[in-house]
Design a binder for this molecule. Structure first.
Ligand code: SF4
Length: 280
């Protein structure tokens, strides 16, 4: 049994909250460049250029890329041979608390969500997904998620007879209805199968895949490619002002499902799709 000190978890989560909010991952920055080579609209080109400059300035000054520094979504993969002294959940939330306070990141979480909506003042609690795996390591992934894009996400409980076309149409309709609201260009996570809550988890997990990396499953890769092409022919464009750069990437994850259903979740994200990981 390997013992991991809870302070190590707190420090790792704190750093990941700050870094992911201030430093845009290289894959997204590179995708701006490749879309700028193909983009025909001068307005769209200007916006993509501004997004690049914004990301560069944020990194240089260690300031947030966007004012919406998100709700902290944390994926924990814990090896069966790991023992953490104290509560892992408490350690993760303490890391989020320190990250958002020490990093001067906007605190956006409100308790009592219908009536009082009181700000918790430290961006806790985080949304934490646990996965128990083999080994003696602890992998922490932090993915702060803004709600301009989260609000545009949808779950479609399709019928098996809707087939492949029904799945792709549901994804494209979700992107089309999102329009300018999620600050396009978007990144689209697709969860296929499982059940109601699990397909949403899969869609969120799909957003962690690097841009440019297709699924290793041929049928999912084909869906990803078709969504990318159809979405970029919608004409929504950067910030909804037209152009061919509506989505930067679509990634799909699947899981077996029930004979009577075909759940499809579409988690819309934006050009500030943030995630970072560390292994303890
Ligand atoms: S959708 Fe993305 S870019 Fe727009 S406000 Fe939210 S986090 Fe920021």
């Amino acid at each position: 049994m390997r013992i991991i000190n809870k302070e190590a978890i707190i420090n790792a989560v704190e750093k990941l909250c700050i870094d992911t909010n201030c430093i845009l991952n290289e894959d997204i920055l590179n995708s701006f460049d490749s879309f700028m080579e193909k983009e025909e609209s001068p307005i769209a080109l200007g916006i993509l250029n501004d997004l690049k400059k914004n990301a560069e300035a944020a990194k240089k000054r260690m300031m947030p890329i966007c004012q919406d520094t998100g709700m902290a979504v944390v994926f924990i993969e814990i090896g069966q041979e790991v023992y953490v002294e104290g509560s892992i959940t408490d350690a993760v939330n303490e890391g989020v608390r320190r990250g958002y306070i020490n990093g001067c990141l906007r605190k956006s979480v409100v308790d009592d969500p219908i009536i009082k909506r009181v700000n918790t003042k430290d961006n806790t609690p985080a949304i934490i997904h646990y996965n128990i795996v083999a080994g003696d390591k602890l992998k922490i992934t932090v993915a702060p998620k803004g709600f301009g894009s989260e609000n545009m996400s949808k779950i479609h409980m399709l019928k098996p007879s809707d087939g492949r076309k029904g799945v792709i149409d549901a994804v494209i309709n979700t992107i089309e209805q999102a329009g300018p609201n999620p600050c396009p260009p978007m990144v689209v996570g697709i969860g296929l199968g499982g059940n109601f809550e699990y397909c949403a988890y899969l869609a969120k997990k799909a957003l962690l895949r690097p841009i440019g990396k297709n699924s290793e499953k041929p049928y999912l890769k084909e869906i990803e490619e078709e969504v990318l092409e159809r979405a970029n022919n919608l004409g929504i464009g950067p910030q909804g002002l037209g152009g061919r750069t509506t989505i930067l990437w679509a990634a799909a994850e699947d899981y077996p499902t029930h004979i009577a259903g075909m759940p499809v979740a579409v988690n819309i994200s934006c050009h500030v799709t943030r995630h970072g990981e560390t292994i303890l």
